[in-house]
Design a protein around this ligand. Structure first.
Ligand code: AP5
Ligand code: MG
Length: 221
């Protein structure tokens, strides 16, 4: 089985929902650049101060900031047996940066140890998903008021914490995120295909069906 998993797909396509399950299943960390950046914003770090303006506008945070966050995270002990990258890389330039980071860590390579899994879905479905997303600030569980509601409205099923809504989950910022995705991130599809490491999942199905497809891809390799 491969050791590094890259999840590629537009905002709201279900990357976070499936990667947190996969992280539990494989016992390897879920490295989600969006969450790492939001944590920096919450903690008011220098890095977070830079990232905030970009996230609020639905734009990519500068590569120097993201590369620093990723490199720092991948050096931790829990990443020695593999990891799941959710939301990184997000441009050809970031894919090159990832290659460099992997080379410097000297543990895994894109070509031999990595699978890039692309979530294929139409954008219009996704706006509704994003606007209705809520998540638990304590344990990170993701809900949806329409498709995946908590048992008690506004409270986490797992830890009973009051759910929150991401600031960038409004229609205007969501549309900007789609534009950024098309311009910067979509070209990675061909990039990973050329490398022979791309797999695709139809992501307009129920969460449980996507999970079955995902397990098949991950365990078949
Ligand atoms: P990030 O946090 O990564 O956001 P994103 O890519 O826009 O993706 P999302 O987290 O919104 O969606 P998801 O695919 O994880 O979907 P989820 O599973 O939650 O990035 C945010 C920002 O940070 C970026 O805009 C950028 O500014 C910055 N950033 C991050 N990484 C960066 C990088 N590498 N470089 C530069 N900047 C970076 O599901 C969404 C909703 O749908 C939920 O409510 C869920 O319950 C529901 N749902 C999930 N699956 C299904 C299903 N099958 N059917 C119905 N509903 C479903
Ligand atoms: Mg996510």
């Amino acid at each position: 089985m491969k050791k590094v998993f890259i999840f590629l797909g537009p905002p709201g396509s279900g990357k976070g929902t499936q990667t947190s399950r996969l992280s539990d299943k494989l016992s390897i960390p879920h490295v989600d650049t969006g969450s790492l950046l939001r944590k920096n914003i919450q903690d008011n770090t220098e890095l977070g101060k830079i990232a905030k303006g970009y996230i609020d506008k639905g734009q990519l945070v500068p590569i120097e900031v993201v590369s620093e966050v990723i490199k720092d995270r991948l050096q931790k002990d829990d990443c020695q047996n593999g990891y799941i990258l959710d939301g990184f890389p997000r441009s050809i330039e970031q894919a090159q940066a990832l290659k460099d980071i992997l080379a410097s860590l000297d543990k895994f390579t894109l070509k031999d140890d990595t699978l890039a899994i692309y979530f294929d879905i139409d954008n219009e479905v996704l706006i509704q998903r994003l606007i209705n997303r809520r998540s638990c600030p304590k344990c990170g569980t993701i809900y949806n008021l329409i498709s995946n509601p908590p048992k008690i409205m506004d409270y986490c099923d797992i830890c009973d914490t009051k759910l929150t809504q991401r600031k960038d989950d409004n229609e205007q910022t969501a549309r900007a995120r789609f534009e950024t995705y098309e311009k910067e991130t979509a070209p990675l599809y061909e990039y990973f295909k050329q490398l022979g490491i791309l797999r695709e999942i139809k992501a307009d199905k129920p969460i449980s069906e996507i999970w079955e497809d995902l397990k098949q891809i991950v365990f078949e390799e």
